[in-house]
Design a protein around this ligand. Structure first.
Ligand SMILES: CC(C)(COP(=O)(O)OP(=O)(O)OC[C@H]1O[C@@H](n2cnc3c(N)ncnc32)[C@H](O)[C@@H]1OP(=O)(O)O)[C@@H](O)C(=O)NCCC(=O)NCCS
Length: 178
C-alpha cells in the first residue's frame, strides 16, 4: 500500500502560505526563505505533503556545516573542524503534531544525511534545539550535547548507519520522491 505522505524538495508550486507550527520564526522561515535559500544553495528545504497534494504539513532544512573537534567529547586525533550536516530547521503543522510524523520527518533527515555521506565525508548531524523541551525529544533519538553548548546537539553518522540498518530500514517506508 502507498504511504499517505510524500517528502519532496520545496518549490514555488507548494502551498505553505498558511503553514503554522506554533513557532513564528519557523513559520516565517518557510514562508519567506524556504524556496529562496534552496534555489541559492544556502540551505535545502524538503516538505512533507499528503500524497497527491502540494499542501505543506511539515518541513526540514539542511546544509553543510562543521563542528570544532575540541567541542566533541569522544573525538580524538581529528582535524580542527569536523564535517557535518546541519539540520537548520524542522517543524510540523500544529494540527498534525503528536501522531509520530515528527519522528518520520527526523528519520528522513537521517536518511538524507546518510545519502550525502556515501559521496563525501560526513562525521555527523548537528542542530540547535529551540528550547529545553524539544531538546529532550532529540535526545530520545540519541543526540548528545556539544561541550559548553547545552542546546547544540549532534549525532554521529555511525549511529545513524546502525539505526537505519537495525531499526528504521525495515519499519519506516521511504517517503522521498526527489
Ligand atoms: C518537534 C516536532 C517536529 C515533533 O513532532 P511531533 O509529530 O509532534 O512529534 P512525534 O509525534 O513524532 O513525537 C511525539 C513525542 O515527542 C514528544 N514531543 C513532541 N514535541 C515535543 C516538544 N516540543 N517538547 C517535548 N516533547 C515533545 C511528545 O510528547 C511525544 O511523546 P510521547 O510519544 O511520549 O507521547 C513538532 O512538535 C513541532 O513541529 N514543533 C514546533 C516546531 C519546533 O519546535 N521544531 C523544533 C525546532 S529545534
Amino acid at each position: 500500500m502507498e504511504a499517505p505522505f510524500v517528502i519532496e524538495r520545496i518549490s514555488k508550486l507548494h502551498n505553505f502560505k498558511d503553514f503554522s507550527c506554533g513557532e513564528p520564526s519557523l513559520d516565517n522561515y518557510l514562508r519567506n526563505w524556504g524556496v529562496r535559500n534552496t534555489q541559492n544553495d544556502f540551505s535545502t528545504t524538503y516538505v512533507l505533503c499528503p500524497r497527491g497534494t502540494k499542501e505543506v504539513i511539515g518541513y526540514y532544512s539542511l546544509c553543510a556545516s562543521s563542528i570544532r573537534s575540541c567541542r566533541l567529547p569522544e573525538v580524538k586525533s581529528a582535524p580542527r573542524n569536523i564535517p557535518t550536516v546541519l539540520l537548520g530547521r524542522i517543524a510540523l503543522r500544529h494540527d498534525f503534531r503528536g501522531q509520530g510524523l515528527g519522528e518520520i520527518l527526523l528519520i528522513h533527515v537521517f536518511r538524507e544525511t546518510l545519502l550525502v555521506s556515501t559521496k563525501i565525508s560526513v562525521w555527523g548531524l548537528e542542530l540547535d534545539a529551540i528550547n529545553e523541551s524539544v531538546k529532550q525529544w532529540y535526545q530520545n533519538f540519541g543526540f548528545m550535547e556539544i561541550i559548553d553548548e547545552p542546546l547544540h546537539l549532534y549525532i554521529e553518522i555511525e549511529t545513524l548507519r546502525q539505526l537505519e540498518a537495525d531499526i528504521w530500514g525495515e519499519s519506516i517506508p521511504d517517503l522521498r520522491l526527489t
